[in-house]
Design a protein around this ligand. Structure first.
Ligand code: IMP
Length: 422
């Protein structure tokens, strides 16, 4: 491996963190490239649960370097909290974390605007309220503050004055809210600078040098393909490119640097927040998947909506990302279902759709096939051959229908509950 990208193939929460942790063992550098603290990456090692929102979970491996790329929107308070929490567990972060000087900061007003905009719109997105959309909007409006700006106090104050005056006017006129005090925000940002200034670098240059030095790089995506701002179920999406393009723009690496693109795929589907979800099961099966799969958001604690594996979204994901293989997660959660449903495709008014539509409205109907389930607990299985026949048939069905290798299967939350397939 020299440069591998990990991408969520559904609506996020596919079990990426566990896979990233797994692949981190073979990498020198692990990079986050989009999103922010909306992500919640949970890794369990030796029975201990770690939740990361910003710092790549690769930090748990003591010999790895982690990078937060330019495409990320970074909440400085959250970052410091995570650094403290990790160091409290005896894991040194110090010089193993680099932060892009071109990443944008999420400041307190972004989080407030996230709430206010959600409350005032008719079609609520169900955001994580971490300030993601407002921070990316400011980036596009060119009033954002970048991590590198904090290194020059005068410039930082100038940038903040420019952005904040606009925000404070909006707060007063549109929401009848008190203004933010720039001195308070400056203090918060200076605290971040004082602690992290040694970690702020030009990560794009660093990564290009790492490629030349033949370092092994793992790029970790957050969220999933259907939450992509361009290719997802707009407007019920996040504000970044969760598909392969985000890995390039969010790091500055070239497409020619990438060797493998691994799609992380849950054996069923979940979604958190509002928006279309064709294979959602709002009955007993959905509730059972939620219960067995522990499907509650690691960032917000919200119960996730649950449903069946969807081939259409997977075909789409393979196509827009150029996936080279899949990692199939949470297969163990399906144990005990007599029948397992899989959406082979979609129909609109009785007509089969040939692709995942850009706009999903309510008339979409999944066309299901049913496979026989299995009863056995498979969490101790460490090879494909050890799986019950019907579990093997399920994996084979996915592999053959999508015509893609399944490189790895996960059958439980711990690092050990995993086996290589191809
Ligand atoms: P935002 O990213 O907080 O703006 O939220 C936009 C949409 O993306 C909402 O439906 C969120 O629930 C969803 N979302 C954001 N991050 C994640 C994630 O890490 N996993 C799953 N859904 C997410």
């Amino acid at each position: 491996m020299s440069c591998v990208v990990i991408i969520g193939t559904q609506w996020g929460d596919e079990g990426k963190a566990k896979m990233i942790d797994y692949f981190s063992a073979g990498a020198d550098i692990i990079v986050r490239y989009q999103g922010g603290a909306n992500a919640g990456h949970t890794v369990v090692t030796g029975g201990v649960k770690h939740v990361f929102h910003l710092i790549p979970s690769g930090i748990l491996h003591p010999d790895k370097v982690c990078v937060i790329g330019n495409g990320v929107v970074l909440d400085p308070e959250q970052l410091l909290e995570e650094v403290d929490a990790i160091e409290k567990q005896g894991i040194e972060v110090g010089s193993r974390l680099f932060i892009s000087d071109a990443a944008h900061l999420i400041l307190p007003y972004h989080k407030l605007f996230d709430e206010l905009v959600e409350e005032s719109r008719a079609d609520r997105i169900g955001t994580t309220k971490r300030g993601i959309g407002p921070a990316y909007s400011d980036k596009a409006l060119r009033i954002g503050i970048r991590v590198g700006d904090v290194l020059n106090d005068e410039y930082l104050a100038e940038r903040l004055a420019c952005g904040l005056s606009m925000k404070n006017r909006q707060l007063a006129q549109m929401y009848d809210r008190a203004p933010f005090d720039s001195a308070k925000i400056l203090d918060q940002v200076r605290n971040f600078r004082d602690r992290m200034k040694g970690n702020i670098i030009n990560t794009q240059y660093y990564l290009h040098r790492a490629v030349l030095q033949k370092k092994k790089i793992l790029l970790e995506g957050a969220q999933g393909v259907a939450l992509d701002i361009d290719h997802g179920t707009y407007p019920f999406v996040t504000s970044s490119n969760t598909t392969i393009g985000g890995a390039l723009t969010g790091t500055g690496l070239s497409p020619f640097n990438i060797d493998k693109i691994i799609g992380i795929t849950k054996a069923y589907v979940t979604r958190v927040g509002e928006g279309p979800f064709p294979t959602e099961d709002e009955g007993d099966d959905g509730a059972r998947l939620r219960e067995k799969g522990g499907e509650f958001g690691s960032t917000t604690g919200r119960p996730r909506r649950c449903g069946w594996f969807d081939m259409e979204i997977m075909r789409y994901s393979k196509r827009v990302n150029g996936l080279t293989s899949l990692a199939l997660t949470k297969l163990d959660v399906l144990s005990g279902f007599k029948k397992i449903k899989v959406a082979a495709g979609y129909e609109i008014d009785g007509r089969r759709l040939e692709y995942f539509p850009s706009s999903m409205h309510h008339r979409i109907r999944p066309v299901y096939e049913e496979l026989d389930g299995w009863d056995e607990d498979i969490s101790a299985c460490r090879s494909f051959e050890a799986l019950p026949l019907n579990a093997r048939s399920y994996v084979d069905y996915i592999r053959k229908t999508l015509d893609i290798p399944i490189s790895i299967v996960s059958v439980g939350p711990d690092r050990e509950n995993t086996f290589i397939l191809e």
